[in-house]
Design a protein around this ligand. Structure first.
Ligand SMILES: N[C@@H](CCC(=O)N[C@@H](CS)C(=O)NCC(=O)O)C(=O)O
Length: 218
């Protein structure tokens, strides 16, 4: 299995965690998003959207979009399951995941940041304000659901990690990359610290991937 990704890509991180949790071996092929390698013809032949991740299994057509890839893995490698056993639980977990995947992460991806900078000519401080605003709004929405939900336990939903925890952890890694204060989301951070006790999450984190800097500069 070949995972096209990038060390600091939060969407790649989600798939990496799922693969690790399910114990599926894979090889990661780095696509340097800073250098713009996602736009190279050789990568657009893999994923014409010019984004990572993409997952290639045997010689089949590449799978794309992190959540579609994770759902595929869930169906083809059902154990351990990353979704609750009942329909209501699955709806809650998918809802928590979508807060991050649909409503938060898309607002801060490189092509959006580049558009703000190069087309709209928004200066760096204001661009950082944009990123911080949307990331923290997303995490605060997650925080409110964790506080309200009676199923919140060691993880977002019960005592086993689900796709909600995968998405939560990926976005918290993002706050670390940007150097944001997360003290306003204590329940999110408590779940994150439970996730990080699991090797599958720890091994998937951005700073442990090839190409990552030894230390972040903020
Ligand atoms: N919704 C997509 C997001 C994919 C995405 O935007 N990936 C980012 C990295 S996290 C990317 O490759 N960006 C390239 C760019 O914006 O130019 C998913 O979950 O797979």
């Amino acid at each position: 299995m070949k995972l096209y990704g990038f060390w600091r890509s939060l969407a790649t991180c989600r798939v990496r965690i799922a693969l690790n949790l399910k114990g599926i071996p894979f090889e990661e092929v780095p696509i340097d998003l800073v250098r713009g390698d996602q736009h190279a013809d050789h990568y657009k032949a893999v994923n014409p959207q010019a984004v990572v991740p993409a997952l290639v299994i045997d010689d089949d057509a590449p799978l794309f979009q992190s959540m579609a890839i994770i759902e595929y893995l869930e169906e083809t490698y059902p154990k351990p399951s990353l979704l609750p056993a009942n329909a209501r639980g699955r709806a809650r977990v998918r809802g928590l995941a979508q807060i991050i995947v649909s409503d938060t992460h898309p607002l801060i991806v490189p092509r959006v940041r580049e558009f703000l900078e190069k087309e709209l000519k928004i200066e760096e401080t204001r661009r950082n304000q944009w990123i911080q605003n949307w990331v923290m709004k997303g995490l605060q929405a997650l925080e409110a659901q964790l506080v309200k939900g009676t199923e919140t336990a060691r993880f977002c939903h019960g005592t086993n990690p689900t796709v909600a925890d995968i998405c939560l952890a990926s976005q918290v890694f993002g706050t670390q990359l940007f150097g944001f204060d997360t003290s306003s989301v204590p329940n999110v951070m408590r779940v994150f610290s439970e996730c990080m006790k699991l090797e599958a999450f720890d091994r998937a984190q951005p700073l442990k991937q090839p190409g990552a800097p030894a230390k972040l500069q903020h």
